[in-house]
Design a protein around this ligand. Structure first.
Ligand code: AMP
Length: 186
């Protein structure tokens, strides 16, 4: 199974992605986690990415396409995977199509988690008290929401047109939402 998770910051993509990966025994590929690990390592990619992430902006497409292309060719991705936080722009989605074609694969479904924007900002401000993430502060949180609606939301139409988009309400009990996603994938 090969999946994409879409949804605005704070909707619970990471949590649901974890549950779904356990359920189907597939690899969880979070580009945000990969970039944060690069920052912790102090790598060149990390240094470059940090300046964008700290402002709530997207890291350039070519950086992400290199990361994803490498990750999908590794052994641990051969059982299937869930892309969490990628693609986030139309050029990334086009690039993903090319990568997938090269390795003779295709995406089975795109899960879109939906929620009211004000509710999400409230959630993220609460998360910021514990997360220690440098991009979890009110000003950057609003910028990340803006970035999502402007650059990532057009992907909803992109995948709807191909007929693989499944929209799920992201507000409610975590386990109930997981059940709904599993049902949508059956
Ligand atoms: P996330 O953990 O998914 O919320 O990602 C945190 C930050 O990492 C985002 O605000 C972006 O700056 C960067 N990032 C993660 N994934 C991508 C992507 N696919 N394209 C561009 N930037 C990304």
């Amino acid at each position: 199974m090969k999946l994409i998770f879409l949804g605005p910051p704070g909707v619970g993509k990471g949590t649901q992605a974890n549950n779904i990966c356990k359920q189907f025994n597939i690899l969880h590929l979070s580009t945000g986690d990969i970039l944060r690990a690069e920052i912790d390592k102090g790598s060149e990619i990390g240094l470059k990415a940090k300046s964008f992430m700290d402002k709530g902006d997207l890291v350039p497409d070519n950086v992400l396409l290199d990361i994803v292309s490498n990750s999908l060719q590794k052994n641990d991705a051969q059982n299937g995977y869930l892309l969490d936080g990628f693609p986030r722009t139309i050029p990334q989605a086009d690039g993903l199509n090319r990568i997938m074609k090269n390795i003779n694969q295709s995406i089975d479904a795109v899960i879109s988690l939906i929620a009211d924007e004000n509710e999400l900002v409230k959630r993220l401000i609460n998360r910021s008290k514990e997360s220690g993430r440098s991009d979890d502060n009110p000003e950057i949180i609003r910028q990340r929401q803006k970035t999502y609606w402007k650059q990532t939301a057009p992907l909803l139409d992109y995948y709807k047109k191909i007929g693989i988009l499944k929209s799920i309400n992201g507000i409610g009990e975590i386990s109930e939402i997981t059940k709904k996603i599993i049902k949508a994938l059956m």
